[in-house]
Design a protein around this ligand. Sequence first.
Ligand code: KIV
Ligand code: ZN
Length: 385
Amino acid sequence: MAKIKIFDTTLRDGEQSPGVNLNLSEKILIAEQLEKLNVDIIEAGFPAASKGDFMSVQKIAQTIKNSSVTGLARAVQSDIDAAWEALKDGANPRIHVFLATSPIHREYKLKMSKEQVVERAVSAVKYASQKFPIIQWSAEDACRTELPFLAEIIEEVIQAGANVINIPDTVGYINPYEYGKIFQYLKNNVPSINKVCLSTHCHDDLGMATANSLAAIENGATQVECTINGIGERAGNAALEEIAVALHIRNDHYKETTRINLKEISRTSSLVSELTGMVVPGNKAVVGRNAFAHESGIHQDGVLKEKTTYEIISPELVGYSSNNMVLGKHSGSHAFKSRLQELGLEIADNDVKELFVAFKELTDHKKEITDEDIIAIVLEKKLSK
Ligand code: KIV
Ligand code: ZN
């Protein structure tokens, strides 16, 4: 049984990336791919935010069977009601209620005292527990909250019925050492902490989201919140692919596993990049174009002698073919069809013919056709149906 649960928030925090706006069919394609990737939980959106968000969360909850689907809610009854209406038909519905706890948020944003924040959080969790079997509560800006107050409010929400407690680094401020210490503090100072699952949710403002998430795991977190390609608010969220692969490659150290189907990583990354328009930087860990490329003569020589000299991750592990066959205007339908198969795209013969025509047209404008181009051609066809 896998120990670390992967909570994917590509469709909620990821969709909060400036400039990203996915429509219903695009969200469903991503949710289906996340299910193939075997994520434990899909945060499908924020049902009270808009009619469109409500409808997409509802549709995803009705469609997805092998991952639990959740939705975000502020600590107010109308948000919790909207989340229930959207999620109630799901296979395994859960809610994610949040309220800020830090002095900065209490004073400037909420204009509430500590007591009022506790009271609001407790009554929201109690209300949610009348409807939902699983309730996650997040202390927004937890990492800038006074630790005794954080411990106090967490104990209160657990007593009120929360099953999962999330400690977000909302503004990407913490470092791995300090974050680990927060988890240790909570384990020692929240009497009911062992009754719940502890979750980590990190932003990448200082480039430490993955390292912080791993530090949380080392200190007792059993759920990680992350997004594909690390997309999300501002500098983004912890990248799912980095965490899942780090736990796999460095299992000697972390001794933890996930249920993630690593081979689906490349396909998921390309799909999310294509549909969100957020290009994956070439040097991005695990899924960047250069992640498995070797440029210097010394490195090339080493890799030709023995791959592991400079490669700690094999491209095949995360679903990239090591096949260097370049597709371009001279390629025939056979090579095209076999690349579709390598990419795991199951397509009927008739459709392959149509896609091949689109592929040939593209070769008039582009010298080398990449896997991302092929996925784009397939998506365009799927979405136009
Ligand atoms: O970053 C954050 O604090 C969030 C919460 C809603 C969990 O996204
Ligand atoms: Zn966030």
